[in-house]
Ligand binder design. Structure first.
Ligand code: AMP
Length: 394
């Protein structure tokens, strides 16, 4: 029996979607609506063939109506869909697991907006529009933060006034949880051992990047924090900086705190250091010996190595390090430099295996490496489909 699930990932001006059959795990359709709120937007819908059109999408409600009409015209039929799964970036302390959405859940999501002012409002707009467009199926919220609800207090507590932290919900939450959960479960499958017997580090290196320490199947630390700004160096985000930087820069430059926040989120990381945010543009510059590009890669790898070393210390023993997401899956030079630095700690790279390009999971460590190093392509949509199906008992 087929159980198609519509998955929606709503950004402020875009909606990514897929239909995945929870039974067969086949992808029946994929699509992307872009430039919501602008004069001319686009929809690209693939079901067998790709169909593209230009439309005006004044808001998410209209975009979802067009999405439903597009499915009516080009298929597959949405009348078979058993549930809609929504990617929700921030679940705060309230949502520790995937949750079937009702009015009360939406009200609670609204209360969480201050924690994720960029991400949660479009997510809520998408949920409301989708519930209006598809009122007869259950809608389910899948949270980026949920996988990290198991972090121990020592890992999630910031050393600030405890009452202030409690009042404002200030703690480490962690993000990209769907990917970390999917990849760590896949690692267990690949090495043929139960997750409960494995200590795993997952490095999700995409345009956004985060790393997690997973002990016996349970997340015990991660690099993103209260917001997705903390941790590793990212495409446009700084990752960790001295918290005093905000006040210092605001005072010295006259920037407002909002401007400093935007500076650290949008004009920092790779783009801040060398003007490009994509490793495909950066690496040729490194090969050409461009000093800013060389320093950028050095900073990126230094941060990554220091997190892996720290998680090795926290876990005590690491069985598997898994690289995933755009950079982790595709950039062999980043993996090679990282593992070279980690060689004394038991991460031994197989240089030939590292050069293999594939969309399949693969080992890139030598057979006698104390730590197995894998490249595991992530599949957040499939993980969301599984979560959504489980939440509705399908
Ligand atoms: P993601 O956010 O997971 O889609 O990752 C996007 C990032 O992956 C891009 O900004 C690039 O830095 C990186 N990336 C994607 N493809 C490649 C590739 N073939 N080689 C190197 N880096 C890549």
């Amino acid at each position: 029996m087929s159980k198609p699930i519509l998955l929606l990932n709503c950004g402020s001006s875009s909606i990514k979607y897929q239909v995945i059959d929870a039974e067969t795990e086949e992808v029946a359709a994929t699509g992307l609506i872009q430039r919501i709120g602008e004069e001319v937007g686009t929809i690209d819908h693939t079901h067998g063939e790709k169909h593209s059109a230009e439309r005006e999408f004044p808001d998410h409600r209209v975009a979802l109506q067009v999405l439903v009409r597009t499915f009516d015209e080009y298929g597959p039929s949405l009348s078979d869909v058993v549930a809609v799964g929504h990617r929700c970036v921030h679940g705060g302390e309230r949502f520790r697991e995937t949750t079937v959405i009702d009015d009360e859940v939406i009200a609670a999501l609204r209360e969480l907006i201050p924690l994720a002012p960029l991400h949660n409002p479009p997510g809520i707009a998408g949920i409301e529009a989708a519930r209006a467009a598809l009122p007869d199926v259950p809608h389910v919220a899948v949270f980026d933060t949920a996988f990290f609800s198991t972090l121990p207090p020592a890992a999630y507590t910031y050393a600030i006034d405890a009452a202030v932290a409690k009042q404002y919900g200030i703690r480490k939450y962690g993000f990209h949880g769907t990917s970390h959960a999917y990849v760590s479960a896949k690692v267990a499958e690949i090495v043929g051992k139960p997750a409960s017997e494995l200590n795993i580090i997952v490095a999700h290196l995409g345009n956004g990047a985060s790393i997690s320490a997973i002990k016996g199947g349970v997340a015990v630390d991660t690099s993103m924090g209260l917001t997705p700004l903390a941790g590793l160096v990212m495409g446009t985000r700084s990752g960790d900086v001295d918290p005093g930087l905000h006040a210092y820069l605001a005072k010295q430059s006259g920037m407002s705190l909002d401007e400093v926040d935007s500076f650290l989120n949008k004009k920092s990381g790779l783009i801040g250091l060398c003007g490009v945010n994509d490793f495909r543009d950066l690496l040729p510059q490194v090969d050409a010996g461009e000093p800013a590009a060389v320093l950028t890669l050095d900073v990126y790898v230094h941060r990554l190595v220091s997190y892996i070393g720290s998680y090795l210390a926290i876990l005590g023993r690491v069985d598997v390090l898994a690289f995933t997401a755009g950079v982790g899956e595709n950039s062999d030079p980043v993996r090679a430099r990282t593992l070279k630095a980690l060689e004394p700690l038991g991460f031994i790279l197989d240089e030939q295996a590292n050069l293999v390009r594939s969309r399949e999971p693969r080992a890139i460590s030598t057979p006698d490496s104390p730590v197995t190093v894998l490249v595991v392509p992530t599949n957040e949509e499939l993980a969301m489909a599984r979560e959504t199906a489980a939440a509705i008992g399908a």
